[in-house]
Design a binder for this molecule. Structure first.
Ligand SMILES: C[S@@+](CC[C@H](N)C(=O)[O-])C[C@H]1O[C@@H](n2cnc3c(N)ncnc32)[C@H](O)[C@@H]1O
Length: 343
């Protein structure tokens, strides 16, 4: 067992980290966890047994894990040593992502500030986890989860910029079209308060204006067909939709849908997170070949996405039925993923 293999452990994550992962200190580039969060719920996995010509399959419900605690103190004293142990596994350029919601994210943030240092906090990501919040007897319907992100070394820590698809609003300006596709217009002259009397102007192709760029740059754009001339003789630059990477992702993730009942990725595991969510987490904070950990693995979403993205992974869960779901899920992947299972 070494840091170059994918590993799946069954057991309590603190014991696993202390007893089985001594050699992995400083080796993880990313740890993502989605632990219990004091919801007071007993969770289960619902899976359909295959039917045949005579019998429709039946829906089997198996208990997975309990998120019931004897108060906040018990919950926090469970989390604290586990978060501490995970921090020791991270490399200097590593980060920890802790997925929670309103129940305890503020308490866990205090613990994480203590473990990492307040200045190591990078983001509180808000994930809109449902489009249809339940009506509440009091207050507003809850619709989001919280992901707390901490960096081991905040100086120099950098997220890979992520982009999301354009939406109706951002597509609106792309209302022009030519043989190269849809484009919008970008100003090349100073505008607003930048357009002062003192600002240098020069003449270019019959129009004198306070251009923001050098003549050589404008000539170059003109030759490559990137300049648009309006009917009144004003020039702007074309920005093609095809050249746009999309919209830069912020800390508000409202574009990732929850796992849909009928989707291929649905394992029936009640708290399963969408692969698209893990894809964003892993791609933004790791590179190919890096080691990714998830010590509250649930249905194993982290392993599936890590494998797709050519990252190595170590997963752990202490529930028998989670481990069953994870093993089936990994073994059912189109591309064979080799891993070692450790009881
Ligand atoms: C919210 S689920 C994780 C869901 C997962 N992110 C997914 O996409 O399927 C939390 C998991 O933590 C596991 N768990 C709870 N206590 C644990 C412990 N002490 N050590 C390891 N796993 C634990 C539970 O069995 C459960 O599967």
């Amino acid at each position: 067992m070494g840091p170059h293999e994918n590993l799946l452990f069954k057991g309590d994550c603190l014991e696993i980290i202390q007893n089985k992962l001594e050699g992995f200190k400083g080796k993880f580039r990313l740890i993502y966890i989605d632990p219990p969060f004091l919801s007071g719920t007993q969770y289960s996995v619902k899976q359909k047994t295959p039917g045949d010509a005579e019998n429709a399959g039946t829906l089997l419900e198996t208990a997975t894990y309990s998120d019931k605690w004897d108060g906040l103190d018990e919950y926090l004293s469970f989390m604290k040593p586990r978060l501490k142990a995970m921090k020791d596994l991270l490399s200097n350029n590593g980060s920890l992502w802790v997925h929670l919601d309103w129940h305890v994210s503020h308490y866990v943030k205090l613990i994480l500030d203590e473990i990492f240092g307040y200045n190591h906090f990078v983001n509180e990501i808000i994930w809109k986890r449902t489009n249809s919040p339940k009506a509440q007897s009091k207050g507003f319907g809850t619709q989001h989860d919280v992901i707390l992100l901490y960096a081991v070394e905040p100086d120099g820590f950098q997220i890979q910029p992520m982009y999301r698809d354009h939406d109706t609003k951002s597509l609106k300006p792309y209302s022009y079209k030519d043989d190269k596709g849809r484009f919008r217009l970008i100003e090349i002259e100073a505008q607003g308060i930048q357009r002062t009397q003192e600002r240098k102007q020069y003449e270019w192709k019959g129009r004198t204006a306070p251009y923001l760029y050098k003549r050589a740059t404008l000539d170059n754009w003109w030759e490559t067909g990137l300049i648009y001339r309006s009917r009144n003789g004003r020039y702007t630059k074309k920005q093609y939709l095809n050249d746009s990477p999309g919209l830069l992702v912020s800390d508000l993730w409202h574009d990732i849908a929850p796992v849909q009942g009928a989707s291929k990725e649905n394992t029936g595991f009640l708290t399963q997170k969408p692969e698209a969510l893990l894809d964003r987490v892993i791609r933004s904070s790791t590179e190919e070949g890096d080691l990714v950990g998830d010590f509250f693995a649930g249905s194993g979403t982290t392993a599936v996405v890590a494998a797709n993205l050519n990252r190595r992974w170590v997963l752990c869960d202490d529930s028998e039925s989670s481990i069953d779901v994870i093993r089936k899920r990994i073994e059912g992947l189109e591309e064979h993923v080799k891993y070692e299972f450790v009881m």
